[in-house]
Design a protein around this ligand. Structure first.
Ligand SMILES: O=C(O)CCC(=O)C(=O)O
Ligand SMILES: [Mn+2]
Length: 197
């Protein structure tokens, strides 16, 4: 793991967490077998489809709410559970959910946000595994605009760990591009607190 030094947040990157010879078949299996949905969120008072497909898996009965959307866990896919164990042993952290995003091409993206929902708790450890087309991952400080924006290229098989105060002080995004790109699958393993409200 390589530490990426930035103020007010912790970032670590393992560029080849999944051996290169395993990434293509893993990508293909997940693309073909996961139960993908295109969620709709409320934006400026109307419902719009988000520009990517998603799937949310984890221990039973956990809900995750963001942008007015509530996701309920589906059971772990056996392959995802295997990946989770590998990620847990490197991150030295238990994860009970995974949010999986499928960017079908360069037009699919994720806007600026931070993973700071109350159910993720304070200073969450989030482990982000990427497969398929390398995409730019941008980070910008939420308060101090003088701090330069950070850019990482998340390659197939890479694992990025976000921790410390990162979600409180930084936004991140996966920008769209007009270049013709292949698909990418990103899995963010999280520990989501259970609430009964
Ligand atoms: O696709 C990525 O690299 C980022 C995904 C992300 O930020 C999220 O799922 O919250
Ligand atoms: Mn995020």
């Amino acid at each position: 793991m390589t530490k990426i030094v930035i103020p007010q947040g912790e970032l670590q990157l393992a560029p080849h967490f999944i051996p290169e010879e395993q990434t293509a078949s893993l990508y293909q299996t997940l693309e073909q077998t996961l139960n993908w949905h295109q969620a709709e969120i409320r934006m400026f008072g109307r419902m719009v489809s988000i520009p990517r497909l998603q799937c949310f898996q984890g221990e039973p009965g956990i809900r995750y709410r963001y942008s007015g959307l509530t996701l309920q866990t589906e059971p772990w896919h056996p392959l995802i559970q295997q990946l989770k164990r590998r990620v847990e042993s490197l991150a030295n952290q238990h994860f009970n959910t995974v949010l999986i995003n499928y960017y079908r091409d360069g037009k699919d993206s994720m806007g600026w946000h931070s993973d700071d929902e109350p159910e993720l708790g304070r200073n969450p450890v989030i482990a982000s595994l990427s497969l398929g087309q390398p995409r730019r991952f941008l980070l910008r400080h939420r308060v101090d605009k003088a701090i330069p924006q950070q850019e990482l290229l998340l390659n197939s098989g890479s694992l990025l760990i976000m921790a410390g105060q990162l979600q409180h002080y930084w936004h991140h995004s996966v920008p769209k591009t007009s270049r013709p790109l292949e698909g990418r699958i990103n899995l963010t393993f999280r520990h989501t607190l259970t609430t009964d409200t």
